[in-house]
Design a protein around this ligand. Structure first.
Ligand code: SF4
Ligand code: SF4
Length: 190
């Protein structure tokens, strides 16, 4: 169900030139292989729908819990995407956020405003949605059983949709990008 994202190349936010070069290459790959990636775009639409379905529930939880948090988890290093996040956004036909890589990675995230994250959930790194701190899990645990079941259903659905998308993309990418590279080796190698 889940996809091991370490099978993808590492997107290095500490090397600005390499970071944007890899994103541009991915964008071109999506443009050039539009036909072959039809199934991936379909999975992208399903993933976006799963994000949108889960969003109100996570918002309800964060609105209740986060204002009292003493250790806010939204740091810049968490707001930077991994390769799989860029793949997902392109599959959803969403614009890639304009990351400022010059910020201190330990500071509060560049996308954090007084009223929370300014990015829609489907344009955030997946970890931003997938990370549930202990107070949030306790809130789900002690809350209504209907909400608890809905939460489980929706996080499972999200993980499943993302896994399917990445699996399908990975097959095509390995075949088209560099046919001789074994899985797990960076198709962005020298
Ligand atoms: S998700 Fe948890 S750790 Fe992060 S800001 Fe909210 S309460 Fe704090
Ligand atoms: S949820 Fe938004 S503000 Fe928080 S780390 Fe992720 S991108 Fe940054």
């Amino acid at each position: 169900m889940g996809f091991d994202t370490t099978r993808f190349p590492f997107l290095n936010f500490r090397d600005e030139a390499a970071f944007w070069r890899d994103i541009e290459r991915l964008k071109k790959f999506f443009q050039n292989c539009r036909e072959e990636l039809q199934g991936v775009f379909k999975k992208g639409a399903e993933l976006k729908a799963a994000f949108l379905e889960l969003d109100p529930l996570v918002e309800e939880l964060t609105n209740k819990i986060c204002p009292y948090c003493g250790t806010v988890c939204c740091a810049n290093r968490h707001g930077f995407p991994e390769f799989a996040d860029i793949v997902s956004m392109l599959a959803m036909e969403e614009e890639i956020p304009k990351y400022d890589l010059g910020v201190d990675e330990r500071d509060l995230c560049q996308f954090l405003s007084r009223s929370g994250c300014i990015l829609p959930r489907y344009r955030r790194p997946y970890r931003c949605t997938w990370y549930f701190c202990d107070p949030m899990l306790v809130e789900v645990d002690i809350g209504p059983i209907k909400r608890y079941r809905n939460f489980l259903r929706l996080v499972t659905l999200l993980s499943q949709k993302r896994g399917e998308l990445l699996e399908e993309f990975f097959k095509i990418y390995m075949e088209k990008a560099r046919p001789n590279d074994p899985p797990g080796k960076s198709p962005h190698g020298p």
